[in-house]
Design a binder for this molecule. Sequence first.
Ligand SMILES: [Zn+2]
Length: 295
Amino acid sequence: MPEFLSQCPLCKDERSTLFDKRVFRGYEVENRLCSNCGLVYQSPRMTEDELKVFYQAEYRQIYQGSEGPEQKDILVQKARAHAIVNLLQESGVDKVEHFADIGSSTGILLEEIRDVYQCQVVGIEPGDAYRQYAKSRNLKVFDSLEAADAAGEGEFDLISLIHVLEHVPYPVGYLRELRDKYLSQDGKILIEVPNLYAHDCFEVAHLTSFSRHSLVEVVKMAGFVTEYLEPHGRPRSSMIPLYISLLARPVGVEGGQPEIEIERWIGIKRNAGLAHRRVIERLLPRQAWLPEYRM
Ligand SMILES: [Zn+2]
């Protein structure tokens, strides 16, 4: 049975209003808007046990119609991996020694970073078919961070979560655990999520829908400071900011918990963003969706 959240996963306020309700591939999906901080989160939602079962079997099936990687999938992942390495280089990351990609899928990003930075790479991928595929390409991939840790792959100086954080039930606690257990002191995290103001993001597996603002706040409350933040459409669009990328480093917690900055007018911003997207799609269809990745 799905569970209702009694509190906002970011600020813990109990007040919220219905933000969006729809049926996504047979699942009823309801998203709520926190009346205090403005975070948009799914509630009711699958319990953690239900999510585990969902990811092991159902997830790839309902999203891609198969359990293993397909050609289109691999093309998009390759293009995305190039874009991510460019972003790292442009934001001044010139050295990586031990890299972990959480949600490593086919392992294409692992290969790209290994080759560019000449470093050790480890993937975390709970989906059996993708993990086996990556292993068949001689990559080190585990089904959880705990398993990687038990195998002596504990500490990393770069951890990426590319289209992962929106799936995590409690993102602040999750990132804090990454910082405390798995990230070296001078390490960095790289996050990419769908953009609430441009992406039609209310899918059953998306538990939080981030704006630039709420992503920075989640990262801040987990003990990081944002060094680089960019909405963009790579690799699928040159004009629609479908995604948000963020690079952050851990900060000390001596000063106690920072205060959450509140975001307002979320519904208006989303409507404006989606209206802008429709205009671009109509006037500049070739730039709106780049040909190889048109869905
Ligand atoms: Zn809140």
